[in-house]
Design a protein around this ligand. Structure first.
Ligand code: ADP
Ligand code: MG
Length: 258
């Protein structure tokens, strides 16, 4: 059965989408069958994997609000073994529309259930908030992967995120775990980055990945070509570190790369 991992942090710009797209692609590159669910109205994971938002017929919005089966929304990405449930700006309305739906926190989980056996991993790219969409992701997921930007105030807001995880554990999904904490935009040359990693390691212990994601300009360029870093520039440092992270994720889950 596939493992469902929500990639979440209510802060924007910390590397959630970059991590979802490139970790998913690195796992696909290593022979795993992957589904990426874009759950952010920005649709950056969708366009970053070469899917033109204008061409999207059914999106995650239709799944959550109109009851369209998730399998009818799945499209191929620019990477083999990696499929996407796309998001478009219509998803912006879902936060409000879900408010009046019964069992609103279960919609994503119910939609994923029939597809679980078809994939090794299912990733959910969460929006920068702790609203209904993120609660849906946490209710569906086996675990949460938390990207943290290596800057001052890195820990700020994380207690709120952990509280939300605890609330979901209590009410909807008792077995929800922390998959790992990923330090992003790390700069080995600065004391600051190193201090921040030490601080986050003090707080989260071994949940922090050994792999640190540095700032790498190729990672920020790749989305405008509709490609993950694996396809855009496999020899870049960015590709190297996300492949390393994929291996760490596989190892943590008792799997080896093929
Ligand atoms: P989020 O999804 O958390 O809002 P993104 O993944 O969209 O964050 O990243 C925010 C911005 O930072 C994007 O422009 C992205 O290209 C850039 N970025 C993310 N990670 C890196 C990195 N390791 N090196 C360079 N740029 C990065
Ligand atoms: Mg994002």
């Amino acid at each position: 059965m596939g493992k469902v991992i929500a990639v979440a942090n209510q802060k924007g710009g910390v590397g959630k989408t970059t991590t979802t797209v490139n970790l998913a692609s690195a796992l696909a590159y290593q022979g795993k069958n992957i589904l990426l669910i874009d759950s952010d109205a920005q649709g950056n994971a969708t366009s970053g994997l070469g899917i033109a938002k204008g061409s999207v017929e059914n999106s995650i919005y239709d799944v959550l609000i109109n009851g369209v089966p998730m399998k009818d929304t799945i499209v191929s990405s620019s990477r083999e073994n990696l499929s996407v449930v796309p998001a478009t700006i219509s998803l912006a309305g879902a936060e409000v529309e879900l408010t009046s739906v019964s069992h609103r926190e279960q919609k994503m989980k119910e939609a994923i259930q029939p597809l679980r056996n078809d994939y090794d991993f299912i990733f959910i790219d969460c929006p920068p908030s702790l609203g209904h969409l993120t609660i849906n992701a946490f209710t569906s997921a086996d675990s949460v992967l938390i990207p943290v930007q290596s800057e001052y105030y890195a820990l700020e807001g994380l207690s709120q995120l952990l509280n939300t995880i605890q609330l979901v554990q209590k009410h909807f999904n008792p077995s929800l775990k922390i998959e790992g904490v990923l330090m992003t935009m790390f700069d080995a040359r600065t004391n600051l980055s190193n201090e921040v990693v030490d601080e986050v390691r003090k707080y989260f212990g071994t949940a922090v990945y050994e792999t640190l994601i540095p700032r790498n300009v190729r990672l920020s360029e790749a989305p405008s070509y509709g490609q993950s870093i694996i396809d855009y520039d496999i020899r870049s440092r960015g590709a190297e570190v996300y492949i390393e992270l994929a291996k760490e994720v596989l190892k943590n889950n008792g799997q080896t790369n093929e």
